[in-house]
Ligand binder design. Structure first.
Ligand code: ADE
Ligand code: ZN
Length: 368
């Protein structure tokens, strides 16, 4: 399958998905800045990217913002969210519009295509079935469609993609267990990890409830990661590493409120996959300048930079690197170190990680 053969046209025009253009500087480097160009070509991985945040904004939402429950910036078309709860409700709305397999293939293909424009050689993509009503009863079919899109994307753009099945912090325990049952029975090659996302503030402390599911996934040879320290404080990050025993923490930035935890993350080399623009857009931090990524990094914590939900926040991986470089005064050695963490902490195969690290070393002019 090639994506160029895939049509997004649906029988019902009101449910046609339309791609919304990215902000001008998000996908293509401004020719005038050499640093932006260098950042785009810097070999890297993206390890925190939600499938749900890669659904093109749909005609219904654009025509009828009230129905979508959000307003759109009149200049950029980027939706504005008050907080995480409103954002997650929007995902339910937009993902419900994805009802046929060609749309799913297209979304997957586009992830690989966009990744290549940011110098991303591998992406770990999180998908959370609670947002996809049309596919909940056919997860095998959903993953098969995603697989086809990613395969075509890899063939055309050289980007490898792994999937992380995500549970939801607020879903019923029996439903989470059923998803893990499915994963361990079906074991699609493409799905390499178990994750948990959603709203920790709404769910309360859930680490102990998810622990047995994460233990099962680990015993079955799956990787693990968890959202924490975004809608929870440092205690959520502690639970993720001490109770869920995850390899990587998604966000994790509120660890900064607990110096002992920061020291532990640094000492144990637990990577945080940080998403600066997302944190600003969802009101977790007041501005990029106030983002704790720099404090965490200089305290020795391994951080990578990611988009979280690029189409909804109007960002790209290269743009995250470029904006942080500008805001925090990072030079090429800092950006190279962050790219290295992104590759080393990814769930790509060991061979692929070696390949990307070797590309990175070549790019930085280092001999391996
Ligand atoms: N699902 C998609 N983006 C998310 C985020 N930033 N936090 C929690 N769940 C999410
Ligand atoms: Zn996320």
């Amino acid at each position: 399958m090639r994506a160029r053969a895939v049509s997004l046209r649906k029988a019902q025009p009101s449910r046609t998905l339309v791609a919304v253009p990215m902000p001008a500087d998000a996908e293509s480097p401004p020719a005038s800045t050499r640093r932006a160009d260098w950042v785009h070509r810097l070999p890297k991985a993206e390890v925190h990217l939600h499938l749900e945040g890669c659904v093109p904004l749909n005609a219904v939402a654009l025509d009828d913002p009230a129905r979508a429950g959000v307003t759109f910036d009149p200049d950029t078309g980027v939706p504005q969210f008050r907080d995480l709860a409103e954002f997650l409700a929007f995902l339910d709305h937009s993902c419900a519009l994805v009802t046929d397999g060609t749309q799913v293939e297209h979304i997957a293909y586009e992830i690989a295509r966009r990744a290549a424009t940011s110098g991303v050689g591998h992406a770990d993509v999180i998908f959370n079935p609670t947002h996809w009503p049309e596919w909940q009863a056919d997860l095998d079919g959903f993953v098969e469609r995603l697989d086809r899109g990613f395969e075509a994307g890899e063939a055309d753009h050289g980007v490898t993609v792994a999937l992380c099945l995500s549970l939801s912090r607020t879903q019923r325990a029996a439903d989470s267990a059923a998803l893990v049952d499915w994963l361990l029975a079906a074991r699609p090659d493409r799905v390499v990890a178990l994750s948990v996302d959603g709203n920790e503030a709404a769910a309360g402390r859930t680490g102990p409830r998810f622990a047995p599911l994460f233990a099962r996934a680990r015993s079955a040879g799956l990787h693990t990661c968890a959202h924490a320290g975004e809608s929870s404080g440092p205690e959520g990050v502690r639970d993720a590493i001490e109770i869920l025993h995850v390899e990587r923490v998604d966000h994790g930035i509120r660890a900064v409120e607990d110096p002992a935890l920061v020291a532990k993350l640094a000492a144990e080399a637990v990577p945080l996959d940080v998403c600066p623009t997302s944190n600003v857009r969802l009101g977790v931090v007041a501005s990029l300048a106030a983002h704790p990524v720099e404090q965490l990094r200089t305290a020795g914590v391994r951080v990578s930079l990611n988009t979280d939900d690029p189409l909804l926040f109007g960002t790209s991986v290269a743009s995250e690197y470029a904006q942080c470089a500008q805001t925090f005064g990072w030079d090429r050695s800092v950006l190279g170190a962050i790219a290295r963490v992104s590759i080393e902490s990814s769930f790509a195969t060991q061979d692929r990680r070696r390949e990307l690290l070797s590309d990175l070393d070549d790019y930085l002019g280092l001999a391996r």
